[in-house]
Design a protein around this ligand. Structure first.
Ligand code: GLC
Length: 642
């Protein structure tokens, strides 16, 4: 019997289950009134999305009312400061788009532990950071654990980094400094040491249903036919035999990361609860890891299935009830054309994530650098939709993962059957395997030199800073690094700086890598924060100081001029040379990015509508510039305002 059908209680327009109205009737009036209003909007959404996923299960209505009750209880126990923040943000949907700047770091490498991160707040403030993504800090499985992406408990901080109290203290101090803490939330899989996996191994049928199993080698082979390989060298295949269960667990990533089965409603309910509990500890944003893989549909590649979006929209709806000030960020490293649904655009309409990585733009910028030609960036931007209010692209130059080239397949394929070779060229270029390459990166997960996968390396190594022998080479490398960052800052609603890139830290040393657990090529760009070089950041006679100053000038310009905000539409401005990318923000601001090692002279076509801007003031130097015939230095970035 369904509670909804049997005990309808009207609250505004939504009919809420009795369990919820009782909870609200007993709660303090001020919160209860706000929650009734939120539920009016959100309950019908939740009911719809979760019914699509789980209506075929017994007692769906009772289960749904429990899920909502859980969110309501967490909303009622939400600390006052966070409740107040929710209220403030609810009235400003674009609160996270004004002069936002992200920073991303591993806790241990950046600062030792969570308390150490508090000592880094002045640096983050000086840089202008408003959003700090700390890579996984929840209790992981025993190493190797994919840098913490194999989580053993979602409810506890990794004891090596601190405890839940330290997390709460850190979030409070960050908030006081105007910085929102973002935590990874690994939705797709858990560590094989997570309690659910241990119970499943022990024969508990209920917990076995939290995972996907293939019973025979034939089942495995039938699935594998359609699936991609994430780590073809170090973790080939998508299944791992578990002797105790006498079956193969679905393990898209490493064998110790068991994919969760979201057809089991308890998986959804438990994950949602953990997320909202972390929000109550002060986490203000969640990076929803590997979202594309959440739903398996036999016979498909099991990526980006419609159900993924119903799961995410239901998560968003629960967040809107219990912690509406919290941001959800999709980590869906997919071609641009697959990303709009993560913002709730397209067939699976509805509010979903606020932010998503623009990985195609990131990879395309590196290809453009290798080719000294910006065509591929323009192709990617032509596939990039305008976003709904309150949504933003996260742009970045580097992050903790490899640069994946295959996200660009749609763009290169559209240019011709022979164009895939451009991706292979980029990967060889950044591995330093092409004549004339300055890069010191390394190919990732590709032992076959004719296959493209990813590229590892810190930005400074990829732009040639660490290989530069002469002052001219150093100058060129520095310009490349700053230009790439300036592009990310120009395009992004939420641009992200990866730890160390603000002053040009190089790759992890071979000696350090040798001490790390498990072979993972991505360790190349996961160095320990170099205090010594960092100390030079204010000294402009050093390379670190020059990079830091140049980057900060662009960051400050972005913060000072609201016309640079991502709320104004972005369009391509035709520079007359494919070596230079021209981008307009609204009608008053222009960004020019010279991807070539040669000076370039602009010859814009005034007849093109977007090109009607003819002159402007350089936002960094303050000089007045005429666009016709303007000379751009090699690898330079110029931002102008009419
Ligand atoms: C995400 C993370 C990556 C990790 C993978 C599996 O893609 O960014 O580092 O290996 O998820 O959790």
């Amino acid at each position: 019997m369904s509670l909804i059908e049997d005990c309808p209680v009207a609250s505004g327009q939504a009919i809420l289950p009795a369990r919820i109205t009782e909870l609200l009737d007993q709660a303090p009036a001020a919160r209860a009134d706000v929650l009734r209003e939120r539920l009016n909007t959100e309950f019908p959404v939740l009911q719809d999305r979760l019914a699509r996923l789980y209506d075929c299960h017994d007692n769906f209505s009772d289960w749904l009312s429990q899920v909502v009750a859980q969110a309501v209880k967490l909303a009622l126990s939400r600390p006052n400061d966070l409740w107040a923040l929710d209220m403030q943000r609810a009235s400003q949907p674009n609160w996270h788009l004004n002069g936002s700047l992200g920073y991303c770091a591993y806790v241990d490498k950046f600062a030792g532990n969570l308390s150490g991160v508090r000592q880094r707040i002045p640096h983050l403030q000086e840089l202008g950071v408003t959003y700090l993504h700390l890579l996984p800090f929840l209790k992981p499985g025993t190493p190797p654990n994919d840098g913490g992406f194999a989580v053993a408990s979602y409810d506890e901080v990794d004891p090596a980094l601190g405890n839940n109290h330290d997390l709460q203290t850190l979030t409070q101090e960050l908030r006081a400094a105007g910085i929102s803490l973002c935590s990874d939330f690994v939705l797709n899989h858990v560590s094989h040491e997570h309690e659910w996996a241990l119970k499943a191994r022990g024969g508990d049928a209920h917990h076995q249903s939290y995972f996907h199993w293939a019973k025979t080698p034939e089942d495995v082979a039938a699935h594998e036919k359609n699936l991609i390989q994430i780590f073809p060298n170090t973790a080939p295949g998508n299944f791992t035999f578990i002797p105790e269960v006498k079956a193969w667990a679905w393990t898209t990533f490493y064998p110790y990361q068991w994919d969760l089965n979201y057809t089991q409603p308890d998986v959804f309910a438990e994950m949602a609860q953990s997320l909202l509990q972390l929000a109550n500890l002060g986490v203000e944003a969640f990076r929803l890891d590997s979202t594309g893989f959440l739903w398996k549909r036999p016979g498909t590649n099991c990526m980006n299935q419609p159900e993924v979006h119903w799961i995410l929209q239901a998560m968003r709806s629960l967040t809107n009830i219990a912690a509406p000030g919290v941001l959800l960020k999709a980590e869906a490293i997919m071609p641009t054309q697959d990303l709009p649904p993560y913002f709730g655009l397209g067939e699976t309409q509805g509010p979903e994530c606020h932010v998503a990585y623009h990985s195609s733009l990131m990879s395309a910028s590196w290809v453009a650098l290798a080719e000294e030609n910006t065509q591929i960036i323009q192709d990617v931007l032509s596939h990039t939709p305008a976003l709904p209010d309150g949504c933003a692209w996260m742009t970045y130059v580097r992050c903790h993962d490899d640069i994946g080239w295959n996200v660009l397949r749609p763009e290169v394929d559209a240019r011709g059957a022979d164009q895939r070779a451009r991706l292979l060229h980029a990967s060889q270029f950044f591995a330093g395997d092409v004549a004339g390459s300055y890069a010191q990166g390394a190919a990732f997960q590709a032992s076959d030199p004719t296959v493209v996968h990813g590229t590892n390396g810190m930005a400074a190594a990829l732009v040639g800073l660490t290989s530069a022998q002469t002052p001219a080479e150093q100058e060129a490398a520095k310009s490349r690094l700053v230009m790439m960052q300036a592009l990310s800052l120009f395009v992004g609603g939420l641009p992200l700086i990866y730890m160390g890139d603000e002053w040009g830290q190089g790759n992890t040393s071979a000696q350090e890598i040798a001490q790390r657990q498990g072979p993972d090529g991505r360790e190349l760009h996961r160095p320990i924060f170099d205090e010594h070089s960092f100390a030079n950041r204010h000294d402009e006679s050093t390379m670190q100081g020059q990079i830091y100053a140049a980057l900060r000038a662009f960051i400050q310009a972005k913060k000072q001029h609201s016309s640079l905000s991502a709320t104004h539409p972005l369009s391509v401005w035709h520079t007359g040379t494919s070596a230079v990318l021209g981008l307009k923000r609204g009608s008053h601001v222009l960004g020019l990015f010279n991807f070539s090692g040669q000076p370039q002279t602009l010859s814009p076509t005034p007849g093109i509508t977007q090109n009607c801007m003819t002159h402007g003031t350089d936002l960094i130097s303050g000089k007045a510039l005429d666009l016709q015939g303007l000379q751009l230095a090699p690898y330079s970035a110029i931002w102008l305002k009419k």
